[in-house]
Design a protein around this ligand. Structure first.
Ligand SMILES: Nc1ncnc2c1ncn2[C@@H]1O[C@H](COP(=O)(O)OP(=O)(O)OP(=O)(O)O)[C@@H](O)[C@H]1O
Ligand SMILES: [Mg+2]
Length: 218
């Protein structure tokens, strides 16, 4: 499973969701590699901030060769989660080409919906070279008890890219856990945050046709 988190807009949650999904798949017994394809090196910073041993591997690869290197990198792993950089760069294109599935995190605001169309275009460009490439939107930082997430899902639904039914809410626990080099699974400070990642992860496993009980059976 090669999953790239991409949105050319900055700060939408690519790194937050990359690390949390990596932790989720690790918890199910998957051997997970996070590829930090962002020259900002946020996933590597997270690793540096850790005190305990990392639950999964994180490797920096911020060159436009991700799509060529991924097969070798993936040896010995079940899942690669590629944290792509913001902006339209050769690295972003390479990270998209490397993927089986591109997840486009979108915040619930019209500005983000409009900006997401640029990312959709990038994915469509890649489809010329890789017909099997799939892409989905996921709504991140939904404000609890508001309808805007639903409105945005409707607006996004007008493009050809499907919107995942699981949404991730705005929760301090996501930001706080990462600041300490952890995830919400480790800080256990917000059970709802954990549950949201579990639902998102399960939806992704389903997309890949993997059983939820033993997704990484060897
Ligand atoms: N669901 C959430 N709840 C609360 N805070 C969040 C959530 N998702 C992301 N954040 C916060 O928003 C900020 C941006 O998130 P993140 O770094 O994951 O985005 P990004 O898309 O990787 O950014 P960049 O484009 O700079 O790489 C961070 O401070 C992060 O802690
Ligand atoms: Mg990032």
């Amino acid at each position: 499973m090669i999953i790239t988190l991409q949105n050319q807009k900055g700060g939408v949650g690519k790194t937050t969701l990359s690390l949390h999904l990596a932790q989720y798949f690790t918890g199910l017994g998957g051997r997970v590699l996070v590829v930090d394809a962002d020259p900002q090196g946020s996933a590597r910073d997270w690793l540096q901030a850790r005190v305990a041993e990392a639950p999964f591997s994180v490797v920096g690869l911020d060159r436009p060769t991700v799509h060529r290197d991924i097969e070798n990198l993936l040896r010995g792993y079940d899942v690669a989660v590629i944290d792509a950089p913001p902006r339209v760069t050769d690295i972003a294109r390479s990270a998209i080409l490397a993927a089986d599935l591109v997840i486009i995190p979108v915040q619930p605001s019209p500005l983000d919906v409009w900006a997401a169309q640029d990312t959709v275009r990038l994915v469509n460009d890649a489809l010329v070279f890789k017909e099997t490439l799939k892409s989905v939107f996921v709504i991140n930082r939904e404000i609890v008890h508001t309808a805007i997430g639903r409105d945005v899902a409707t607006a996004l639904g007008e493009s050809q890219v499907p919107v995942l039914s699981s949404h991730v809410s705005q929760r301090v626990a996501f930001a706080e856990s990462l600041a300490n080099g952890q995830t919400v699974f480790e800080t256990k400070s917000d059970v709802k945050a954990i549950a949201e990642i579990e639902v998102l992860g399960a939806e992704l496993l389903e997309l890949f046709g993997r059983s939820r009980s033993e997704p990484f059976r060897r």
